[in-house]
Design a protein around this ligand. Sequence first.
Ligand code: SF4
Length: 670
Amino acid sequence: MEIYRNACPRNCFASCSMLSYVNNGEIIKVSGDPKHGFNQGRLCAKGYAFTQYVYNPYRLKYPIMQSPRGSGNWKRITWDKAYSIIIDKILELNVRYGSNLACGYNKFSGNLGLLHYAVEGMFNSFGPHTKPVGNPCLISGEQAIKSSFGQTVSLMPEKMVDANLIVIWGANPAVTNVHQMKFIFKARQKGAKLVVIDPIFTQTAAKADIYIQVNPGTDGLLAHAIAKILIDSSLYDQEFIDNQTTNWIEYRQYVSTEVNITEVSQETGVSIEGINELAHLYSLSKPCATWIGFGIQRNKNGRENISAINTLAALAGTLQKGKGGVYYAHNGLEDFPANLLNHQGPKHSNINTSREININKFAEEAIKLSEPPLKFLWIASRNPLSQDHDFKKWELLFHELELIVTVDLFMTRTAELSDIVLPATTHFEDPDLIISYWHQWLSYNEQAIPAYFESKSDLQIARDLTKKLNECSPNFSNFPHELEPIDWIEREITPSIKELYSLKSYKQLLDGPHLRNEEKHSEGSSSMNFHFVIPNKIASSSEASTNVIEDQDSNPFKLITPQSLLRIHSQYGTLSWLSSEKDEAIVELSEYAAEKYWISEGEKVEVYNQNGRIAATAKINRYLPKKVILVNQVGKNPINQVIVHEENSNIGKSSANFYDSSVNIRKWRD
Ligand code: SF4
């Protein structure tokens, strides 16, 4: 038996390193890599189920094409045929419009491997084209962190064990970041208190010493109220304020005149005693780890919420170097050259740059494009018709497109509506480098088995397609198709990366992941400067609702749509090992809602609004706020079809406001 070192490329905090055990070219099991300092020899259930993922009966084996689109009349085609159709379309559009702006892609985080930026590199190699910009998840928070700290900061998650107080705002690691829980449990064994602030009584909240239920979108108000108590009681770190902050006088004036504890209590739903208790804990328990979850930025108050929590962490003197501070996200990619992502394409005679579309409004903005319109779309590492919103606009966009190509491992909803579907490899079938947006470990992903049937990696597809494209039209693409995956990997391991990760060569990563040895950020250090951000008015939860629905009474429930334990969006739905989580949606509703609409436990119901409806099975959750509906991101009938788009002109500069939608519920009507 051979053992290979792999790394999970899923969009997950952990980016686990794993060992795959291969017999006669087939993976027979996977286990966690004990040399990885974050996952420490363990995987989550999804990770242990990877053998079922690789050899899944539903996995795509060959390129396929359907005609007409959406008919389900699929036929197997050769790769040459697929390339030929794609190349003909690219070249024809280039002649028709005089540029490649009619060609675009939509790709995001389905695979976090550095070599998967081959999609971006391939399109760059065509010259100016149409591309998505922004980030559905983290941008609002990143902006807020940079406004407060002047740079991206996030402590090493392993350091949470040293905290005496852990305050988790809007994150549920017991489900979405299971490996972090061991560091939390270790801290608690040493006496730390765990506080969870969340509208939902989550699995993490159930483990907490104190659970604070806050109305959705009002975390910032709560943080400013705690800050006011700390300031009024002189329970703040005066030395830090005097020496390492700016805008303090203005902020103190703001909380003095604008923050009213009684009003905050009403808006947030947190009692005055609860607010005082939080202030008491923040003032006494040092060091304090403040974890700012991604959930609290999924509404229009996202940036203000995170700024306010940053402020609270600074004010309470919790930024002691290496022990307390803010945990948000670590942008490991910033260290790397990311050569595929940043590949420079050829210049166009009169078009300077590619056309950019906000990824959070992709379909809506793509439909409006003219001169030229978007006509060819390549979709990779993404299933927008499950995880995005505004599905009706996606359908309109698809109607306008002349060719849609999707690269995936399974027949997703998006693939079903494409013209050509190309089969993708898993991470066991290609080498790659994996970093994390949470911890600071760099892992090498070895090729453990040959590619499954005719599947290919994004990089191999880019190499093959650009080579053939140039055979048809010399110098159309400047993609260096002759470079092997290992060449790209070697080019990422620059002298500065070698120094940062204590590496002589990427080959050392074959013996185990390496930890980033220099914390570039200076959070908590004597050189750090913290800026107190004065917020724009933070909308109350009811204001947030009325901004996105036309008739408040017809959609009285705020919709929260978190990830679940055994899925990441639509992924893993075909794995029988994970089948305890059914594909049909479960809608959790409060006792208030159940009584008002005469809904019983287990009854078939529909969740609906002006965008559409989904069928679901009712589950009554007595801990849920009265006017919240909770549906997890699972199933073939995705809840995101009822997500209402929030106007946002800030291109690429804010996260998607998934939690600003409101819905109604009723018994199912056939
Ligand atoms: S999904 Fe996350 S926790 Fe599970 S194996 Fe992959 S990286 Fe690890």
